[in-house]
Design a protein around this ligand. Structure first.
Ligand code: SF4
Ligand code: SF4
Ligand SMILES: [Zn+2]
Ligand SMILES: [Zn+2]
Ligand SMILES: [Zn+2]
Length: 480
């Protein structure tokens, strides 16, 4: 990777921000007036792979973007750091530049990635686009990895989650580029990480957050691009610091365990900054993470700020007067619950997806296997045991409460509760057990006893239910 950083003095970026060391593969060029001399600043950029623009506002960014595209830079490899959001302090800017570089390094391979063209730029409709309706901007497009997708088993979670109705069901589902507006909610909805986003995968987000956690008592502001672009320059400045700013396509593009992983990078707290309508369901992953932490005795580490409602919420300043203890670095909600509650902790209810607790009514389950076939993560399984036993088993850590399983149960025997049981981490539980009925003629398995009983109760003459399909005609219809 070779990165060119362009910094604009006219936009208030101090020259010293460009003279920090960013690595041998990075060149920083500070211009007194980048916004109005982008071509000049880009001279000799043939070998540049990635470009980071520090300073200009939205209209200025577009001028730099167009000049960069003319110089041969892939538009998907151009990132923007909004100085009018981050502030003009050289130290703060340098940390945010390093964070952006870390994300670019972690998500480098956007070349040849799917992309869409739109009249909007970073979620806003620029003046240029209004004056010249033919002007289009490029944005990365999420894609479905058909080799991971389990749509053939009945999963349609991304289709249902997409607020733009841009995903058509099918195997695999298809994302319509002209409808997708890039919110990336589908990434978080997919239980098997089959939906990806070449420029916005979580590895890059996490790498950036790791760099932004550059000291104690930091607040991480997580904001969607559209909200950031709509903020007034002084709105973030009023936030109690020190804070760092992390841009995501929408708040709903993160999963609840990812929110916790960001916090575990060493931040005192996370504030989800949103505008409301642009982030449908956006707060859900943050609500889940907040509820879990509160139940584990770590309150007020995740807060919300709806910029449409008003200025910075006063509870930021009040929260954590004496600093918070760092969270353990965990990969999942289950691991965190175990680490903080210990294996003696009782189940904690959650207000959304992230971890699930499935129960089965043993008297109703017929072991038909429909739920296990539907479960995208194999949390539910039908297994054989010793002595002709058949069981339905459940692995807690594999379940994220996606809810696909319960509607397919023909007996209404299965319940999904959004909850995590620290005592059950690492366990595959037996939810119900039965025995196979074997063919009285040849001895092959016919069906679980509970299934035979249900079928028998619905038939007027249940004769022959203990015969397999091959033996049934031979025994029930005597040969002539
Ligand atoms: S959510 Fe994931 S597994 Fe389910 S249909 Fe969409 S891409 Fe496939
Ligand atoms: S057990 Fe049910 S809720 Fe849990 S992951 Fe499987 S299908 Fe989803
Ligand atoms: Zn400028
Ligand atoms: Zn939003
Ligand atoms: Zn038989």
């Amino acid at each position: 990777m070779s990165v060119l950083i362009l910094l604009c003095g006219h936009c208030g970026v101090p020259e010293s921000a460009g003279s920090a060391s960013f690595g041998t593969d990075v060149e920083a060029r500070w211009s007194a007036n980048l916004c109005h001399a982008a071509e000049e600043a880009l001279r000799g950029t043939r070998s540049v792979e990635d470009l980071l623009t520090v300073g200009p506002d939205l209209e200025g960014q577009i001028l730099v973007l167009e000049a960069a595209i003319r110089s041969g830079v892939d538009p998907l490899r151009i990132r923007f750091l909004d100085v009018w959001r981050v502030g003009k302090d050289a130290g703060d800017l340098i940390v945010h530049i390093r964070g952006a570089l870390a994300r670019m390094r972690a998500t480098g391979g956007v070349k040849d990635s799917p992309r869409r063209s739109a009249r909007t730029f970073r979620g806003a409709l620029p003046r240029r686009s209004l004056l010249l309706p033919t002007v289009r901007y490029w944005a990365p497009l999420p894609r479905v990895d058909a080799s991971r997708c389990v749509a053939d088993a009945g999963c349609d979670l991304c289709v249902r989650a997409c607020p733009a109705s841009a995903i058509a069901g099918g195997n695999p589902p298809r994302i319509a580029p002209e409808l997708c507006h890039g919110c990336s909610v589908c990434l978080a909805a997919c239980p098997v990480a089959a939906v990806g986003h070449p420029a916005l995968d979580f590895e890059g987000v996490e790498a950036e957050a790791g760099v932004l956690a550059d000291g104690p008592r930091r607040t991480l502001l997580v904001a969607c691009t559209a909200t950031l672009v709509s903020l007034d320059s002084n709105e973030l400045a009023a936030a109690p610091g020190p804070w760092r700013l992390l841009e995501v396509p929408s708040l709903g593009s993160l999963r609840s365990e990812q929110v916790l992983r960001l916090l575990a990078q060493g931040f005192d707290r996370i504030v989800a900054v949103g505008r409301g309508p642009c982030c449908p369901e956006g707060q859900a992953p943050f609500e889940v993470a907040r509820a879990l932490l509160a139940n584990l005795g770590v309150p007020d580490r995740i807060l919300f700020w709806n910029v449409q409602v008003g200025p910075v919420a006063s509870d930021w300043a009040k929260a954590l007067p004496s600093g918070g203890r760092p969270l353990p670095a965990v990969r999942s909600i289950h691991e965190l619950a175990l680490a903080l509650a210990g294996s003696g902790g009782s189940a904690i209810d959650l207000p959304g997806r992230g971890a699930g607790l499935v129960t089965v009514e043993p008297d109703l389950c017929t072991f038909c296997e429909l739920c296990a076939e539907r479960c995208p993560t194999a949390a539910l399984r039908i297994e054989d045991g010793d002595g002709g036993a058949v069981r339905i088993t459940f692995d807690h850590e594999l379940c994220d409460a996606c809810g696909l399983c319960s509607p397919v149960c023909p007996e209404g025997a299965l319940r999904v509760r959004s909850a995590v049981d620290p005592a059950a981490v690492g366990r595959r539980d037996r939810l119900a057990e039965d025995t196979w009925v074997c063919c009285r003629s040849c001895g092959r398995k016919v069906a679980p006893a509970a299934m035979i009983a249900v079928v028998a109760a619905r038939l007027s003459s249940p004769a022959g239910l203990d015969l397999c399909p091959d033996c049934k005609p031979l025994r029930l219809v005597p040969s002539r």
